[in-house]
Design a protein around this ligand. Structure first.
Ligand SMILES: NC(=O)C1=CN([C@@H]2O[C@H](COP(=O)(O)OP(=O)(O)OC[C@H]3O[C@@H](n4cnc5c(N)ncnc54)[C@H](O)[C@@H]3O)[C@@H](O)[C@H]2O)C=CC1
Ligand SMILES: C[C@H](O)[C@@H]1OC(=O)[C@H](O)[C@@H]1O
Length: 254
């Protein structure tokens, strides 16, 4: 069953990882897909090729989500190309692991700007378009298990993920009257470029695997079902919710 037939889906940070898998997954579910990407033209084009191979129409728009103008441009380009916006998947993010006491100011500010300001601007630009269209919509933000638990080398990152989760709760209230649903997914540890270096440490990787009751770390494709579900009409009465997708890692105390 195709869950996003006839919808236009926008995904930020979609040239790699979870965003890429979500973009291709949306196309497999019948959507036209517009992707935002930051810098890697070849990866963006290969994502568009995969969207088209899945039967959807695709468009890649370059831009830094930390800049508010990127969001308005992204939405305008989607409307020009495909006539509107039905779903926004706010996914772009960075996590430059670093110790707390000597954390460079620029690292903190860049992480906040990309992960939190970027999500805010994208969600707001999509919501403005959805309200103008008058046919509702769905917003899915990629938060994290890190919205709920800390990380020694993620003191600049975990607050942004809690912030994204909180943003979905508040926008669910602000936008419910317009028929726009806002939810977050909270991935556990998914094997992507964001943690390639961190998990190159065998001890760290084995520890994270051992914490996961399902016995393995996640793949980007593990995020597709939960994201597509929340974006689709199957979730018509779900808003302000947060869906952990972590193989059980969060509940595994002992
Ligand atoms: N991989 C994991 O274990 C987890 C990832 N997440 C979140 O998932 C999201 C996607 O990350 P992954 O796919 O894992 O890693 P990734 O590194 O493959 O993807 C992040 C994407 O965001 C893009 N990006 C970074 N800065 C950007 C900017 N300024 N403007 C536009 N795009 C930008 C990157 O180019 C990249 O395509 C992030 O928000 C991350 O915080 C959340 C929980 C766990
Ligand atoms: C980058 C981390 O490995 C990843 O991102 C998160 O949000 C979680 O902390 C994951 O472990």
């Amino acid at each position: 069953m195709k869950l996003l037939e006839g919808k236009t889906v926008l995904v930020t940070g979609a040239s790699t990882g979870i965003g890429r898998a979500a973009a291709i997954g949306a196309a497999q579910h019948g959507a036209d897909v517009v992707i935002n990407y930051h810098s890697r033209d070849e990866d963006a084009q290969s994502c568009i090729a995969a969207i088209e191979a899945a039967g959807g129409r695709g468009l890649a728009v370059k831009g830094d989500v930390a800049d508010a103008a990127t969001a308005t441009d992204f939405v305008a380009r989607a409307v020009d190309a495909f006539g509107g916006v039905d779903v926004m998947i706010s996914n772009a993010g960075i996590c430059p692991f670093h110790a707390f006491l000597d954390m460079p100011t620029e690292t903190v500010e860049r992480t906040f700007r990309v992960n939190l300001h970027g999500a805010y601007y994208m969600v707001q630009a999509a919501a403005r378009q959805m309200v103008a269209q008058g046919r509702g919509g769905a917003i899915v933000a990629v938060s994290s298990i890190s919205a709920l638990v800390g990380g020694e080398f993620q003191t600049h990152y975990t607050p942004t993920k809690a912030g994204v989760h909180s943003l979905m709760q508040s926008t669910a209230i602000a936008l419910g009257k317009h028929g726009i649903r806002c939810n977050s997914v909270l991935p556990g540890t998914i094997l992507t470029e964001i943690n390639k270096e961190d998990l190159a440490d065998d001890g760290k990787r084995r520890y994270m695997e051992a914490r996961t009751p399902l016995g393995r770390l996640g793949q980007p494709e593990d995020m597709v079902g939960p994201i597509v579900f929340l974006a689709s009409d199957m979730a018509a009465y779900v808003t302000g919710a947060a869906l952990l997708v972590d193989g059980g890692m969060y509940v595994n105390l002992q």
